[in-house]
Ligand binder design. Structure first.
Ligand code: PMP
Ligand code: GLN
Length: 388
């Protein structure tokens, strides 16, 4: 028999699925895969439920229902001061994951170079490679995860088609500041490159930091793609509703990819997401404040247990160095160990690198977007395990 595509066949199962399966098997408290255990805002769920029962449950327009595209444009104006034409510049996708795939397949020509920043979300590299792109990786180093400007500049060339990066950044919880974004923008302009900016955690940001969309920087409006996710902004990760904002010419190949990838996204969930994006400012500030409180709670408890906890400026996650606990194996060993022996699951950070063998092997990522009782149960279990 002929073999299937070699890039895809060579992939393992995503770390989130692997660790969640292990968590189920051992009935551990799952702080691995990033998802809240809250139900999400009632208004948003009620809107989707009502639409499901009483709305039009047939194929919505390919670009998304007008109400959601309008809501995405209004939201971009409210939070980023962007002037977005909902008809030609907004596309609804089945999650940010599809949005990323649409951008990469729509923009990359085989042989194009793509600049990426490690550690990176695990869908990026396989999709870049499957699209024929040649990854040029630049690494952020803990504990500051500062942008290495010289390395980044060296990764760009005339062959660079685009840079793909994420802010606030999973898994290291870094928020890119305006100067760093300005530096990235300068390189894009210098080398005539696009930027695909994964902004799914735009509202999960702490300590009075502000999320800045690269798209708002001078010269970047026409060459940046901004990606958001209702899953993250409304604590409904199973919904898989994402949205892409890009200038009309840039949107065209992205939308053409979408039309043959999924074509549409369930209309009731789109309706719910539109309701969410129109919630008052109070909803979004409370979301960030709640998450910050959870971050503080978990970070403090893990630190008391003996972990070295790295700063987290945004996202659902804290990165921890487990070496002070006296554990000598790899991060993968550690995450399996605490799942099986302590009943708490985390995710190994080396999974966010191209070659885990050449990555730092002493960091575990814990998800804190959980009810206080869930966090307390996890902390209690880890505490009992490591105090023995
Ligand atoms: N990008 C990043 C950085 C993420 O953490 C996630 C979360 N799963 C996604 C994209 C995918 O989002 P979605 O669930 O909307 O596909
Ligand atoms: N983004 C989530 C995380 O980083 C997981 C998403 C997934 O399971 N595909 O944990």
């Amino acid at each position: 028999m002929k073999s299937a595509n070699s890039i895809i066949s060579g992939l393992g199962t995503t770390v989130f699925e692997v660790m969640s399966a292990l968590a189920r098997q051992h009935q551990s408290v799952n702080l691995g895969q990033g998802f809240p255990d809250d139900k999400g805002p009632e208004e948003v769920r009620a809107a989707a439920a009502d639409y499901l029962l009483n709305g039009h449950n047939q194929y919505p327009p390919m670009m998304g229902i007008p109400e959601l595209r309008q809501a995405v444009a209004e939201h971009a104006r409210r939070f980023q001061g962007l002037d977005v034409d909902w008809q030609s510049e907004v596309l609804v996708t089945s999650g940010a994951t599809e949005a990323l795939g649409d951008c990469l397949f729509g923009l990359i020509e085989p042989g194009d170079e793509v600049v990426l920043i490690e550690p990176l979300y695990d869908s990026y590299l396989p999709m870049v490679r499957r699209a024929g792109g040649i990854p040029k990786l630049v690494r952020l180093e803990p504990p500051t995860w500062r942008l290495p400007r010289e390395e980044l500049a060296a990764a760009f060339s005339a062959r660079t088609k685009l840079i793909l990066f994420n802010t606030p950044m999973n898994p290291c919880s870094k928020v890119f500041d305006r100067e760093e974004l300005g530096f990235i923008a300068g390189l894009c302009l210098k080398h005539d490159a696009f930027a695909v900016c994964d902004e799914v955690y735009e509202h999960i940001i702490f300590d009075d930091l502000r999320h800045v969309s690269l798209m708002t920087l001078p010269g970047m409006r026409e060459r940046t793609v901004r990606i958001g996710s209702a899953g993250k902004s409304f604590s409904l990760t199973g919904w898989k509703v994402g949205y892409v904002t890009a200038a009309p010419e840039l949107m065209k190949p992205i939308a053409k990819t979408h039309q043959f990838m999924t074509f549409t996204t369930p209309p009731n969930l789109q309706w719910g997401a539109a309701t969410g994006l129109r919630l008052g400012d109070g909803y979004f500030s409370t979301l960030a404040a709640d998450m910050q409180r959870k971050r503080d709670r978990l970070a403090e408890a893990l630190s008391d247990i003996g972990f070295d906890v790295l700063p987290a400026e945004g996202t659902y996650f804290v990165t921890t160095d487990f070496r002070p606990l006296g554990f000598n194996g790899t991060d993968e060993d550690f995450c399996r160990h605490i799942t099986v022996e302590a009943g708490v699951t985390a995710v190994p950070v080396s999974a966010f690198y191209d070659e885990p063998g050449r990555a730092p092997r002493h960091f575990a990522r814990f998800c804190f977007s959980k009810h206080d009782e869930t966090l307390a149960r996890a902390v209690d279990r880890l505490d009992r395990h490591f105090r023995r």
